[in-house]
Ligand binder design. Structure first.
Ligand SMILES: [Zn+2]
Ligand SMILES: [Zn+2]
Length: 307
């Protein structure tokens, strides 16, 4: 029993080390897909159309402007997720003390509530690997080897944990990736159909292969990112992280669910001008502690609930 536990821990450790090693390769892979797509859309197909007839030129201009704008937003969001720390626990962090009761606030809702007498149900979670207390919604990531605030998941594509301070950037990355890959799929579709029909084929075998590859890759990304996007729209509207969605199955009421609009603002901030860019306004950062990842407002009926 003991031995098998140790073996499993060792396997998990090896797996996590492998994931860490994958790091920069994934960034190169993302840039590679962007490069192949750029070559196909801009250099092979739509660039030459600019010098064709008026209609071709207009369509090509529209496609190229849209392509470059979405690409700029996609890369900005991508590198914002890669380089933004999702949030770590400050050294010697302690939960806020509840003055009235003279003890720390309960951080997690206990599964069975036995009234006032059962105070042992008040759990302040502790991470044995980091030797520190865990703030609410914080989880230990075994790939990063540390506790991450409001951890959502460890993402191999961005070589970083997705948590409190970069979750919005991750969602924007999904959003722009979806629209960019959809645009590329639709704009390369006529080329793809022409390739399989009897029409004459123009271009070198190399550029044809790149166009074909770009079409298939972008179609695959558009479909899989759409699935992720729908999942995360549901999670944001319920103010839940991916980890919490697995954990809370037994609890029908969710203490952080403040209604759709407020749940959205807890991730995207209140300033509309910042909703579509991977950044927050200074005012939001000052006013909303949730954006920093240590404190989260909960439903009024949860605040006065007896544990
Ligand atoms: Zn930890
Ligand atoms: Zn991680």
């Amino acid at each position: 029993m003991h031995r098998s536990g140790a073996t499993m821990a060792w396997n998990v450790f090896k797996f996590c080390t492998a994931l860490r090693g994958l790091g920069s390769i994934m960034i190169l892979l993302v840039l590679g897909v962007v490069g192949v797509t750029y070559y196909a859309v801009v250099l092979t197909v739509y660039g030459p159309y600019l010098f064709g007839g008026l209609l071709d030129c207009l369509i090509a201009t529209a496609v190229l402007i849209l392509f470059h704008s979405l690409l700029a937003m996609l890369l900005w969001s991508y590198f914002a997720v890669v380089f933004t720390d999702p949030g770590s626990v400050p050294p010697n962090w302690r939960p806020a003390i509840d003055e009235e009761r003279g003890e720390a606030d309960p951080l997690v809702g206990s599964e069975s509530s036995h009234g006032q007498s059962d105070r042992s149900n008040q759990q302040i979670r502790y991470c044995r690997k980091c030797n520190q207390l865990k703030p609410p919604r914080c989880h230990h990531c075994s790939v990063c080897g540390r506790c991450v605030l409001k951890m959502d998941h460890h993402c191999v594509w961005v070589v970083n944990c997705v948590g409190a301070q970069n979750y919005k950037y991750f969602l924007l990355f999904l959003f722009y990736t979806f629209w960019e890959t959809t645009l590329v799929t639709l704009s390369l579709l006529p080329e793809f159909i022409a390739f399989f029909s009897d029409g004459e084929i123009i271009g070198s075998p190399g550029s044809l292969a790149t166009t074909f590859l770009a079409f298939v890759l972008n179609l695959a990304f558009a479909l899989s990112v759409l699935g992720f996007l729908i999942m995360h729209i549901n999670l944001v509207s319920g103010n839940t992280t991916t980890i919490e969605a697995y954990e809370k199955k037994t609890t029908p009421k969710w203490r952080y669910d403040l209604g759709r609009r407020k749940n959205f603002e807890q991730v995207f901030g209140m300033d509309k001008r910042y909703w579509f860019i991977p950044a927050y306004s200074e005012e939001d950062l000052r006013k909303m502690p949730a954006l920093h990842g240590l404190e989260y407002p909960s439903k009024p009926d949860f605040e006065c609930q007896e544990f």
